[in-house]
Write a protein that binds this ligand. Structure first.
Ligand SMILES: [Mg+2]
Length: 263
């Protein structure tokens, strides 16, 4: 992807945002709005991001929607004092609407049982402190550990989970800093598909993400909206544009705000 090409795609899209009465900005959280932290509860947004999101929200023309693998309450805490924002948590299993209404998707009992087994494996192999249990998934986190230890955790976990991975309805996610066994659906693409169903076909919509799980969302927006990979290093992606956090992200949000403010 050429940087000049990305700039043109973004400029053309922001022109549509300026002209439209309403628009939608979909945002991944970790790695996109916030830098990765070893202490996951300390992963606050990059400096400068929250005031921009607040300004965009209070303008009223753009709906901000966060789509994350995290449980909803964690993102609410990390985005505080920003409130009244729509959040899709646990990759779309849990949905908090802007008015505070909550909708959850149930998981099949056999998948819940398999996830409990995945968790028990980690606990019985000394990985208790690295384990995270979330709606629809079990993750092992190794950010900050030395390479040889990461390799050992990865291979042990893959072996321990191998029989569970055969089960239909479960998938392995390899994310920045760990592995997760989780339900195949919904994924972020499903969450975005549901959001798109509720929009008029000409409402401008953009999605910013960094991780492999965001690729489902990027693909879902093909021919429909702007997809942006937010990442320091480029990688193969279905996104139409690539920007580096935090400076190019801040510049993007500032431009968005200018468009809806009519500046
Ligand atoms: Mg992310």
């Amino acid at each position: 992807m050429q940087q000049g090409e990305a700039t043109e795609i973004i400029s053309a899209f922001l022109g549509k945002v300026a002209a439209a009465p309403s628009s939608v900005l979909l945002l991944d959280y970790d790695g996109t709005l916030a830098p990765f932290q070893i202490e996951r509860d300390q992963a606050y947004p990059y400096p400068g991001i929250l005031p921009l999101l607040q300004a965009i929200q209070s303008n009223g023309r753009t709906s901000l929607i966060v789509i994350t693998g995290r449980p909803i309450h964690e993102v609410q805490n990390l985005l505080s004092p920003l409130t009244g924002i729509e959040i899709w948590g646990a990759h779309g299993l849990d949905h908090l609407l802007a008015d505070g209404t909550r909708q959850k998707v149930d998981i099949a009992p056999q998948l819940s049982a398999a996830l409990t087994q995945a968790e028990q494996f980690l606990h019985s192999h000394g990985m208790h402190s690295m384990t995270e249990v979330k709606p629809g998934g079990v993750a092992v986190h190794w950010r900050g550990l030395p390479d040889h230890q990461i390799e050992s955790i990865r291979s042990q976990t893959l072996e321990g989970w191998s029989s569970l991975l055969q089960q239909e309805g479960l998938k392995l996610l390899q994310f920045e800093g760990g592995l997760e066994l989780r339900v195949t659906r919904p994924d972020k693409g499903d969450a975005i598909a549901t959001i798109l169903e509720g929009l008029q076909s000409d409402t401008p919509v953009a999605f910013l993400g960094d991780d492999l799980t965001d690729e489902d969302g990027f693909r879902r927006l093909a021919h429909r909206g702007l997809s942006v990979l937010v990442r320091n290093e480029y990688r193969e992606t279905a996104a139409q544009a690539w920007i580096r956090p935090p400076l190019e992200l801040i510049a993007f949000l500032e431009r968005w705000l200018q468009q809806i403010n009519g500046a």
